[in-house]
Design a protein around this ligand. Sequence first.
Ligand code: ADP
Length: 698
Amino acid sequence: MTTEKNFQKQKDYQALIQSVTDYVVAINRNYRIIMANELFKNQFGVHPGGFCFRGWKNRETKCENCLVEKSFRDGQNHSNEDTVIMKDGRVAHMLIKSTPVKDENGDISYVLETATDITEKKRLENELNKLTGDLEHIVGDRLQNLQKSEERYRTMFERSRDAILLTDAAGNILEINQAGVEIFGYRNKEELRAEKTARDLFQDREALRRFRREIFREGFVTEFEAKLTGKGNRAFDAAITCNVMILEEMGKVTGYVMIIRDVTQRNQYQKKVEQQNTQLAILNAISTTVSSSLDLHELLKSVLEKILEILESDSVRIYLLEKAKKKLVLVAHKGLSETFIQEHHIQARNVGDGMLGQTVKNAEPKVVNNLQRSKDRYVDLLLKEGLKSTAYIPLLSREGPVGIMAVSSLSPFRYSPDYVAFLSGVGNQIGIAVHNAHLYENLKKAYKDLKDTQDQLIRTEKLASLGKLAATIAHEINNPLAAVLNYIRLMIKLTARGRFNAAKLDDITRYLSTMESETARCGEIVKNLLAFSRQSRMTMANHNIREIIDKTVALISHDLGLKEISVVKNLQENLPPVFCDFRQIQQVLLNLLSNASEAMTNGGTLTISAKGQEDEEFLEICVSDTGCGIPEDLLDNIFEPFFTTKEEGKGVGLGLSVVYGIIARHNGSIEVKSEPGKGTSFRVLLPFSQEGLENLNT
Ligand code: ADP
């Protein structure tokens, strides 16, 4: 039975051992293999009775940490992991277990050793360990970064000087930093949250609408400028940067992050800088204008344009002081109605009269912010024009005020000290410009006077030297000519007595009469030359100019009548007497009238006018005709001696130079205006006064 039982038991074991997937060997106390399953035999070869260490490990001696030995010694199960070299040379990782098998007496008859190939398990285990290790590392790092960035954000949030707000989708404030609480003027965020939503922060509904439109369209808004209100509706300028927070998977708006900066001060600075830039631009524009033009009229015109172009005002008037510095006269204006400008008190103002007059007198700027409250006596005129405020700015040059600039606005305007200082700067620029323009005008006039004097001097010089020449000629040719004339007259008498051959009588008579007229002409030249050379004495006395004119016209009226020339006399009633040489002035008029008559070959009108007042310096005589006129390029030559355009025998070119000489000796002047084909006009100015002329009598 026992044997049968044992046998049966052994058979069961055998079957079990064969069926497992582990390597199984039974080893006795001497380390010899007493049984092995097929798996073992296949892998490690058949070693019945062989040493287990040879079978397992191909060793010559027992293994150091022998499990079989351990199980025999203590009757316990043991296990360890070891590596074994397999048939194909692969190193396999094995989990080896030893189990003592006891006999009926309880003695250990052998030890069953099983080995499980755990190479794959080990590899997976290793891999898993590695992965787990990496994962832990990554997660660790991420966590650390997250903490860091959260810290950073927190610090930024708390330390930011801008307000940072988190709101929900409806705009309710979820979170706000300390700076935000302060910017909006609250004690703490609870108080703010209780009073306001993000929408209530906007002062202006329109700005809120624009803000929302932009954020819905773009998903963010940068530096959106709007007026926001804090506690007690205190408003301030803000720049808002806002981002929408979206729940990614659903695309749903969960709220907004808003960064708000109080830019009130920045805006104020900016405005100030802009204002200063504008003012600099005007000053620059004005000083450029001022330095580019010396023509006062043009200069003021461009200055006005510039001022209105850049200033916040609606109108400007510029007044300049008259020479005597007693009166201001409007010289330029812009932005005002014609009716207003034509007002007597707007056109001109005495120094000291009204606001304009006082400002120029005190040489200090004066500002009226609201004209309705002004006491100026002319304020009604300004109010009627719709003007509400005016700054009166004196135009100052180095030598004091030269005028005033009135800058007006159609609305009450607060002229800040800065603005007035700036306008004064403009005033100074204009003042200097006006001064320079005056200097330039004076210079121009002085230059013209000098040029005129020089021209006159040249002419006088020419005349003087010609005068000398004339005197010589007169002496030289007058007597012989007189003799020739007497002789010819005698010959005519003889002829008349029939002592010449009758057949030649007519011819001789014709010759002789030609000789007479020619000789007479010579005499005429000599006479003119004498008058012209001052050799004839001047007989100065007070004469009635009307009488001289009438007598002269009478002299040539016959000739004028023949030529169908009508005479118009425009002689002022009660012309004051003129201190002059009657005959010489008559000579002047005769020459002018003869020339006029000769210019009107087909008839026309000869106009003689004369006017002059006692309190004026000169008497003015004009002789005008409707004749052929004088080409412009000849105008400068007509007063020159011997200049004539007339055919030989008709003119000797001394008429106008005689006129010029006589007028010059009377300290007067003569000028000519002419239009070819239309006519010519000579204007003579004769001084009434006797001063400086008496000595001419001597
Ligand atoms: P003359 O008459 O002998 O030519 P004047 O000295 O009187 O000499 O005049 C000089 C020139 O001036 C004239 O030849 C003529 O060309 C021009 N002149 C003077 N007066 C007139 C006038 N009223 N209309 C047109 N030409 C004139």
